[in-house]
Ligand binder design. Structure first.
Ligand SMILES: O=P(O)(O)OC[C@H]1O[C@H](OP(=O)(O)OP(=O)(O)O)[C@H](O)[C@@H]1O
Ligand SMILES: Nc1nc2[nH]cnc2c(=O)[nH]1
Ligand SMILES: [Mg+2]
Length: 191
C-alpha cells in the first residue's frame, strides 16, 4: 500500500477541529439524555473511531452496541441502495433510548434501512448522530439529530473512513485525489 500523502488532495478537517466538535456533541447529548437509558449503536466499521471519541465526551452513564451493514461492497465508491445486515445487535432495544452513531451520511440508503429495521423493534426513542453529512448526494431523506460537519461532494477518507479498506486509522478527514489514487492502482496492476 501507499503512503496517504501520495493521493491526499487536502486535509478537509484536522484532528483538533474534529476533537473540538466531538466534545460539543458529547456535551449536547449529555444534556439531552440526562436521566435516560442511553444506548449508542455504532455502525461498523466506519463509525468506530467516532464512537470511541464520542463516548469519552459523554458525561452520563450509557451503554454501547455494534451492528454491521454493507452497502458499498469491497472497493465500491457508490451506494447500490442494497443494504445487507452482516452483524446484528445483541441487545433488546425496547427499553432504551437509542442513538445511531455513523461516520458519514452520503446517499442515505444505509441509515434509511437501519432506521427502518430498528424502529420495528420499538426502542423508547431512535435518533441519529453522524459525524459527516454529505447532503448534496442525498437520495433518501434522513432525520439527523446531531451532525458534526456538513461536507462537500468529495470522496473523503481517514478517521474511520476507508479507501479500499485501508487508511481508517488516520486522525483527520482527508479528500482523496482520485486521479492520483487511480493512477497508483493502474500502475500496481501493470506490475
Ligand atoms: O449514505 P450512504 O450512501 O448509504 O453511505 C454511507 C455509508 O457508507 C459507509 O459505509 P461502508 O458501506 O463503506 O462500510 P464501512 O463503514 O465498513 O466502510 C459509511 O460508513 C456509511 O455507513
Ligand atoms: N470512505 C468513504 N466512504 C464513504 N461512504 C459514503 N461516502 C463516503 C466517502 O466519502 N468516503
Ligand atoms: Mg467504506
Amino acid at each position: 500500500m501507499w503512503d496517504y500523502r501520495e493521493f491526499l488532495g487536502e486535509v478537509l478537517i484536522d484532528s483538533d477541529t474534529l476533537q473540538r466538535r466531538i466534545q460539543e456533541l458529547g456535551e449536547q447529548i449529555s444534556k439531552d439524555y440526562e436521566g435516560k437509558k442511553l444506548l449508542l449503536v455504532c455502525i461498523l466499521r466506519g463509525g468506530v473511531m467516532f464512537l470511541t471519541d464520542l463516548m469519552r465526551s459523554i458525561r452520563i452513564p450509557h451503554a454501547i452496541e455494534f451492528m454491521a451493514v454493507s452497502s458499498y461492497g469491497v472497493g465500491g465508491r457508490h451506494s447500490s441502495g442494497q443494504v445487507r445486515i452482516t452483524f446484528d445487535l445483541n441487545t433488546d432495544i425496547s427499553e432504551w433510548d437509542v442513538i445511531l452513531v455513523e461516520d458519514i451520511i452520503d446517499s442515505g440508503h444505509t441509515l434509511h434501512s437501519v432506521l427502518e429495521l430498528l424502529s420495528i423493534r420499538q426502542p423508547k426513542s431512535l435518533s441519529v448522530c453522524a459525524l459527516l453529512d454529505k447532503s448534496e448526494r442525498r437520495e433518501v431523506e434522513i432525520p439527523l439529530k446531531y451532525i458534526g460537519f456538513e461536507i462537500p461532494n468529495k470522496f473523503v477518507f481517514g478517521y474511520g473512513l476507508d479507501i479500499d479498506d485501508f487508511y481508517r486509522n488516520l486522525p483527520f478527514i482527508g479528500v482523496v485525489n482520485l486521479e492520483k489514487y487511480n493512477a497508483l492502482i493502474h500502475q500496481q496492476e501493470k506490475e
